[in-house]
Design a protein around this ligand. Structure first.
Ligand code: GTP
Ligand code: MG
Length: 389
């Protein structure tokens, strides 16, 4: 009997464990401000205002933690206190704070953006409490605002990994960080985005987001669709990982060559949000240890360096209008875990990110002053660690 109870207990626990590890990137909540307290007509007393509901960002949280902490999806602030002979002005109701991770966009029920919270300790009022009762309201406290809000999270990472399934994105993440993503020889091994941290000798840290594989037709929901591309919206650099042997989902799908997969990724990103193609981009040509890889690379090299000529020859259905500008092309074999290769990739990522940041700085603050500042920061980086630029 005891054994049976134990087995049943374990069976019951399984789905919960699964749920706990689920990655959630959006959450709907009903928020309601507190009702205002009643006024006191005899003394002209005013009721306390109802509490407000705020969304506030806090680091090191995810949406799963938010649900766990809230326990309910209906969040109501406290009502204001009534006015009484002892306290002629009623006490205000307590506010409710919903703590969320950075990188949250908040929408109302009509899809209108109420706010974007990208930094720590940012605060947004999402439901105002009702005013306390007074002469104008006939001494009745007013109801607080009420609405359904959607919290939409986009990961904040410096680098976003983009590629067809099986190209080696998770292998890359495992090679450069302490994260241990699932790696396997079948498409769509990664089904949820995952973050890893690349560390450098001088303590500099660059975050990398591993995303599910993207295939042609993703914009029409083929494969995992392209909804997770929202997670590259806040990255600063796109790291394409391409299999030198190309990709074929199954025999009933067209086999795509290495170059075609690159063009198709370009097209899918363009269909999702063309602006993302302006981001600095590094392309890793992976699996250089496989058969004939060197010859394929030799053949495609000219096209890789000038993608526009190649794109012009592509059939219309895979041809993007705007062509991605590639900063670096690195042929590698990620499976070899060659330290030198990995260090080279890490350095390229770092220098490309810095170059981009410098450019942004100059655009923002002007040339001379910006450059002086950057020089100073660079000097400091050499002398002291850690310094984050
Ligand atoms: N031969 C060879 N195989 C590799 C290399 N890099 C990765 N692989 C293998 O390719 C397969 C897919 O690797 P993953 O890292 O899971 O690929 P992914 O891009 O994350 O795939 P999805 O999660 O499905 O999108 C695994 O069996 C890896 O061991 C490489 O450089 N050479
Ligand atoms: Mg993967």
């Amino acid at each position: 009997m005891v054994l049976l109870t134990q087995i049943l207990y374990q069976v019951k626990k399984l789905p919960r464990k699964y749920l706990r590890t689920r990655f959630i990137d959006s959450l709907r909540l009903l928020v309601r401000g507190g009702t205002g307290g009643a006024g006191l007509p005899r003394y002209g007393g005013i009721g306390g205002a109802g509490g407000n509901v705020y969304v506030v960002t806090k680091d090191k949280l995810n949406l799963q933690d938010v649900i766990k902490k809230l326990k309910t999806k209906r969040i109501k602030a406290d009502a204001g206190g009534d006015s009484s002979a002892k306290g002629i002005i009623g006490a205000p109701g307590e506010d409710k704070i919903i703590s969320v991770p950075c990188g949250i966009t908040i929408y109302n029920q009509n899809g209108v953006i109420l706010g974007e919270l990208n930094k720590e300790k940012m605060k947004l009022l999402v439901a105002k409490g009702g005013n306390g009762g007074c002469e104008e309201t006939g001494y009745c406290g007013l109801k607080g605002e009420s609405q359904t809000i959607k919290l939409d999270m986009k990961l904040i990472a410096d680098v976003g990994l983009v590629g067809f399934p099986n190209a080696g994105k998770s292998t890359f993440l495992a090679a450069v960080s302490r994260t241990k993503p699932k790696i396997a020889d079948y498409p769509f091994t990664t089904i949820r985005p995952r973050l890893g941290i690349m560390k450098y000798e001088d303590e500099r840290q660059i975050t990398v987001a591993d995303l599910p594989g993207l295939i042609e037709g993703a914009h029409m929901n083929v494969g995992m669709g392209h909804k997770f591309l929202k997670h590259i919206e806040r990255t600063k650099l796109l790291l394409f990982i391409i299999d030198i042997q190309g990709f074929q989902l199954s025999p009933k799908y067209t086999r795509r060559s290495c170059l075609e997969t690159l063009v198709l990724l370009n097209k899918e990103i363009e269909l999702y949000k063309p602006d993302l193609l302006k981001m600095p981009t590094i392309v890793i040509i992976n699996k250089m240890d496989t058969d004939n890889a060197d010859n394929i690379l030799k053949e495609i090299k000219p096209a890789l360096h000038d993608l526009s000529d190649y794109v012009a020859t592509c059939p219309e259905e895979i041809r993007p209008e705007q062509i991605i500008q590639i900063d670096n092309i690195l042929p590698v074999s990620l499976i070899s875990k060659d330290k030198k290769q990995i260090e080279k990739i890490k350095e390229r990522i770092r220098s490309t990110l810095d170059k981009y940041q410098e450019r942004q700085h100059i655009i923002q603050y002007g040339d001379s002053l910006g450059l002086q500042l950057i020089d100073r920061i660079k000097q400091q980086t050499k002398q002291h660690t850690p310094t984050v630029i």
